[in-house]
Design a protein. Structure first.
Length: 360
């Protein structure tokens, strides 16, 4: 099986209705399209609603005419990477860490991608060698940079030799203690994750973490689980990040199954992202109250190991903040005093000893 990269190929494969071809050509002219054989094999093409695929894997990767509807509140650069990019390839938003964007391509193109305006074959594919040297010089010159996050695009499209070169350069920067790799490759192209790749990204004398992007439990196929095991067995801890997506994982059972499947495979759920304001993605976004109610439904029902932090990347580049429900309330009892009430996992509130109103 070959990757599918055009609307015509998707129609021919039965993954898009022929009557949508013209609209999907317009979508594809604006945003990259690619489904790998592994992703295609996960799609249940008989899962249809009103003639359109409702399958949660298809919704993430098969383009939709709704993507032509960009809303006024949506932005080309929703999390403000550009505002924090002092040199090409670097995003320096928080004092102690930087993103190092090595590539601008991915094996798949997610329909909700927050970097959809800057990834894909229509853009420069790699950071050039000269730009990489400048980016490493930037990191080397700033002792406050403790962590470097390799991202893109998807850095695991690079060859093991190229990955090793970059990680080796970071190993030689004394103040960099953590190398973090953000990737979707273990679920969408697991055969790329060879033992050689795992060895290449393991930084000697530092800690390496791999953060897997996965949104539905079915993405953790046997091949994906084996790919993750190759990383973890090489001594690299794995975390996950997931995006809350309408029609994909916006129900408690699916989210619970996703988080449990990750933990069963030694991957600690880290972030559950609220959908970013990327152009043409409103049909995939939930509301924040819906997200909070889903997170509340997981509270107590799942082990703490399975609980990610629900976060929002503040539009404009102001960083992430947790936006999960608050279980603690301060209730005034007199003018001077108040007590806390804390909600348990059954929704029952319990008092906590009084505090003075001026206590912080
Ligand atoms: S893998 Fe990440 S960078 Fe690539 S299209 Fe998906 S969300 Fe965007």
């Amino acid at each position: 099986m070959k990757p599918l990269r055009t609307p015509a190929a998707l129609v021919a494969a039965g993954l898009a209705p022929p009557e949508q071809l013209a609209a999907l050509e317009q979508v594809a002219a604006r945003y990259a399209v690619s489904l790998t054989p592994d992703v295609i094999s996960l799609i249940h093409s008989d899962d249809k609603h009103s003639g359109e695929l409702a399958d949660p894997i298809a919704r993430q990767f098969v383009p939709d005419p709704a993507e032509l509807d960009a809303r006024p509140e949506e932005r080309a650069d929703p999390i403000g990477d550009d505002a924090h990019s002092p040199v090409e390839g670097i995003v320096h938003r928080y004092p102690d860490r930087v993103l190092l964007k090595l590539v601008h391509i991915c094996p798949v193109y997610c329909r909700f991608c927050f970097r959809r305006e800057s990834v894909g074959p229509g853009h420069r594919r790699w950071l050039s060698r000269a730009a990489l040297v400048r980016a490493l010089d930037y990191i080397r010159a700033r002792p406050q940079i403790w962590e470097v996050i390799l991202t893109g695009g998807d850095p695991l499209v690079l060859s093991p030799r190229r990955l090793r070169e970059v990680v080796h350069a970071l190993e030689r920067i004394e103040h960099v203690k953590i190398v973090r790799v953000h990737t979707r490759v273990p679920v969408v192209a697991p055969a790329r994750v060879t033992s050689e790749v795992a060895r290449a990204i393991k930084a000697r004398g530092k800690a390496t973490y791999v953060v897997l992007h996965a949104n539905h439990p079915r993405e953790l196929s046997a091949r994906a689980r084996a790919a993750c095991a190759r990383i973890i067995d090489a001594g690299i801890p794995m975390l996950s990040q997931s995006v809350l997506l309408r029609g994909v994982n916006d129900d408690p059972d699916t989210l619970a199954a996703l988080m449990r499947t990750l933990v069963e495979n030694r991957i600690k759920p880290y972030y559950l992202h609220h959908g970013d304001l990327a152009p043409g993605t409103s049909h995939l976004r939930t509301t924040i109250p819906q997200g909070q109610s889903l997170v509340r439904a997981l509270h107590g029902r799942l082990s703490g190991l399975c609980q990610p932090t629900y976060v929002l990347d503040i539009p404009g580049g102001h960083g992430k903040s947790p936006i999960g429900p608050c279980y603690l309330q301060r209730v005034p009892t007199t003018e001077e005093e108040a007590r806390f009430e804390i909600e348990d996992f059954n929704g029952v509130r319990h008092p906590y000893p009084p505090v003075r109103q001026d206590d912080s």
